[in-house]
Design a protein around this ligand. Structure first.
Ligand code: GLN
Ligand code: ZN
Length: 773
């Protein structure tokens, strides 16, 4: 039974690519040095996979920035604004590539980057292909051929990986009116066919075409595109063996389309859609064909060890029907979404041996794939690797580190009442108006202030032990005080303490809650050179002690104005972590919600009257299939409400979200029942507010009046204009004035100038509205 891999992390085990990319952009290294690092990573990856015993190793899974961008270059989908960079200078290909990825601003050249968005439901971001009417495609980059040849020279006959033509189109955006992107398939296919022919002529045996589009809701047109594409490919390139991969979910209603494609093998993701295997094994046409089935049994998106018993039983179920010759074993998806190598986690104080023994990163997952393929059909029960695996699984299962009966019991006692504030919003609003005495159009910020090097150093030195806790806290107190004075000076109505003590909005809470661990090197690519190191939720979550009360109470004690308490919400903490896979995500989220609820109540007790619970990740948690949305949204909203509802009517609960494409889920946003929601709308010139207006959103809203992602200082007039626009759809008493996100990535001078203008805008608007009413 063939073991294979779908893709390997590209940034290098020590983030070598990140460093090289950034040096290249800064001009400190040249093109050759960058390519050298890239080649070393590829070679290392192939070597690692060969050593792990993977039989069919991928190539072209590497990328200097993004594999969707690589595909756009392969097929020559280069938007017109970059054509001036083409100019026949082939050695400028890298400049073109990075200009498309990041934009370019040199001399009088100023070209915007391509748009970036999330790759399915992962935290990886890709560059969105841009299509125009009658879009032409022609082969431009030969990267796939070069990498195939490179591996061949090292004696490895790889399986080149291409983003499949239909998914590539599905991921793109129509920039003109009057056409549908999947109709471009006939223009696109000749490029794919010519690449495949050339791969075949150079000796490629297998090629992998990634079509995760097959796990999405598709219309008839899109399904037809799959059928006609693969029909044409098959006819034009009969020799090469084609593996189509469908990962991140089950095929469900696309099963018949997928199994009928004239290809040699189909890969399915068993970890995300276990029922999908049964469906395929019942599909007569597939069973009676000679096609191979690749079983994605090892989770490519998590850090837990595979349970060999479960996997082997699954594989053998399939083998009984198809025979082992027709099976292939693989990770569920590309290992791009896993950190590199658990062996690099050497500090036992950070990751204890007991917990480490439950984990597997990309390199370890390769070993699992190879082991499963070797064990299938043998008398595995007495195999050493099998026994060690089962021992680790059993130890995790019963560990007292994971299971806290008191936490589970408390979660089991949650009732409907716990999701409800005491009274409905209109009643609360009246009380809050009385108690908080806020003016019309109250102003606030989203939480963080510029994180200067100085502040970062403080936290780093505390961690290293070169600064005492006492000195550290003294410095943080000073920062808080000076930011309070500064906000009072500007005339902001609801102040924040500035989040100087926080490195990251999830990590800060993860470090204070039980049930979380952190890694030293568990980096995962988020986009381009940017990597994140998500916390790991391994056990029942509990709050051993208050997490933010000390700082918030200190800040409130030092100002006559209201100071907001600042928390990260349960869904965002879940969404931005690696989550335990031994209980439903909902259960883990509710445990976090209970911990946040306790914090909210403690903040109220400490005299904090306004508390913000950030949920920027609530939307990105939406499942890929629409029919699964209802269930997710229900528990996600419930988790937020659970965290917020323990306070009195007079306490004002805020929430904040960065991406405000809420059209489809606006009713759920309203159901969160936050007294105030602050959102990002400035980039779209308040267009996104329409959803709130159409829905008649009942509670208070602060539509961000300026874009904090840019250092540009907005003028007073601009912001008044935006506020007036907002006033057309939001009642005046419900409108807040604030920037569209936290300010931690900005510098102080521009922050001060922008906020000063923002306050002037609020004041002017207040005057004009008060005069006319
Ligand atoms: N309170 C956080 C901050 O201001 C919110 C960050 C976010 O929305 N991503 O930094
Ligand atoms: Zn935000």
């Amino acid at each position: 039974m063939l073991s294979h891999n779908l893709g390997y992390p590209r940034v290098g085990s020590h983030r070598e690519l990140k460093k090289a990319d950034e040096q290249f952009w800064a001009g400190t290294i040249g093109k050759d040095a960058l390519q050298k690092v890239a080649r070393q990573i590829r070679h290392q990856n192939w070597e690692t996979q060969r050593e792990a015993g993977i039989e069919l190793i991928p190539s072209n899974d590497f990328s200097l920035y993004d594999h969707v961008l690589d595909t756009s270059l392969m097929v020559g989908a280069i938007p017109e604004r970059y054509h001036q960079l083409l100019d026949g200078k082939s050695n400028k290909e890298l400049d073109l590539y990075f200009a498309m990825a990041r934009g370019i601003q040199v001399g009088n050249l100023d070209i915007k980057a391509m748009e970036m968005t999330k790759w399915f439901d992962t935290n990886y971001h890709y560059l969105v292909p841009e299509f125009v009417k009658n879009q032409k495609f022609s082969r431009y980059s030969d990267k796939v051929l070069l990498e195939f040849e490179d591996a061949l020279q090292k004696g490895i006959l790889t399986k080149p990986v291409l983003l499949g033509p239909v998914t590539y189109l599905l991921l793109g955006k129509e920039k003109d009116e009057g056409f549908v992107k999947t109709d471009l398939i006939d223009n696109l296919l000749p490029v794919y066919i010519s690449v495949l022919k050339e791969l075949a002529s150079r000796g490629a045996d297998w090629v992998q075409l990634d079509e995760p589009g097959l796990v999405l809701d598709l219309n008839d047109n899109e399904r037809l595109a799959f059928q006609s594409a693969y029909q044409q490919i098959r006819e034009a390139v009969p020799k090469i063996r084609i593996l189509v991969t469908a990962y991140f979910g089950a095929l469900e209603d696309n099963l018949a389309v997928a199994t009928s494609l004239p290809v040699d093998a189909l890969h399915i993701d068993i970890t995300r859609g276990p029922e999908g295997l049964a469906a395929i094994l019942e599909d007569r046409a597939f069973v009676e064909s000679t096609k191979k089935l690749s079983l994605g049994v090892v989770d490519g998106r998590n850090i837990w060890k595979n349970d060999y018993k479960k996997s082997l039983e699954t594989i053998e179920k399939a083998a009984n029907i198809l025979g082992t010759d027709r099976l292939m074993i693989a990770p569920s998806c590309s290992l791009l979404h896993s950190p590199h190598d658990l062996d690099l986690e050497k500090d036992e104080a950070v990751l204890t041996p007991e917990i480490k023994n439950w984990m597997a990163f990309a390199k370890q997952k390769l070993g699992e794939v190879a082991a499963l393929s070797k064990l299938t059909g043998t008398d595995w029960c007495s195999d050493e690797a099998y026994l060690a695996n089962q021992e680790a699984i059993a130890s995790r299962h019963v560990s007292t580190l994971i299971h806290k009966p008191t936490v589970k019991e408390r979660a089991a006692r949650i009732t409907e009442k716990d999701f409800e504030r005491l009274n409905a919003f209109p009643f609360r609003q009246k009380i809050q108006l009385e108690k908080l005495k806020l003016p019309l159009f109250p102003s606030t910020t989203i939480g963080s202030f510029p994180q200067t090097d100085d502040i970062r150093q403080l936290r780093a030195r505390l961690k290293k032990g070169t600064l005492t806790l006492e000195d550290y806290e003294k410095r943080i107190r000073e920062e808080i005080i000076s930011s309070l004075r500064w906000q009072e000076d500007l005339g902001i109505d609801v102040l924040v303490h500035g989040e100087f003590e926080r490195n990251d909005m999830v990590e800060y809470f993860g470090e204070k809650l039980s049930g979380f661990v952190f890694t030293q090197n568990g980096w995962v690519q988020s986009y381009g050179s940017r990597c994140v190191k998500p916390p790991v939720i391994y056990g029942d979550v509990e709050r051993p002690e208050p997490m933010t009360v000390k700082w918030s109470a200190f800040a409130q004690a030092n100002s006559e104005k209201l100071v907001k308490g600042m928390l990260t919400g349960p869904v965002t903490i879940l969404q931005w972590s690696f989550v335990r896979d031994d209980q439903p995500r909902k259960d883990t989220t509710f445990q976090i919600a209970l911990a946040i609820r306790d914090e909210v109540i403690d903040l109220e007790k400490a005299g904090i009257k306004v508390i913000q619970i950030d949920e920027p990740a609530i939307r990105e948690g939406l499942p890929l299939r629409k029919r699964a949305w209802g269930n997710y949204v229900k528990w996600a909203v419930d988790a937020f409400r659970l965290s917020a509802a323990g306070v009195a009517d007079r306490t004002q609960i805020h929430t904040h979200m960065c991406y405000s494409e809420f059209n489809d889920i606006i009713d759920s946003i309203a159901a969160m029942d936050a007294d105030v929601i602050t959102i990002e709308t400035s980039r779209s010139q308040m267009e996104l507010l329409d959803a709130f207006a159409r829905f008649n959103y009942p509670n208070e809203i602060g539509p961000g009046v300026y874009d904090i992602h840019s250092p540009r200082v907005p003028t007073v007039d601009e912001m008044i204009l935006l506020l007036e626009k907002a006033l057309k759809v939001i009642p005046a008493r419900n409108l807040w004035v604030n920037p569209d996100c936290g300010l931690k990535t900005r510098k102080w001078p521009e922050t001060e100038a922008a906020l000063r203008n923002m306050i002037s805008a609020a004041n002017l608007l207040r005057e004009s509205v008060e005069v006319t009413s």
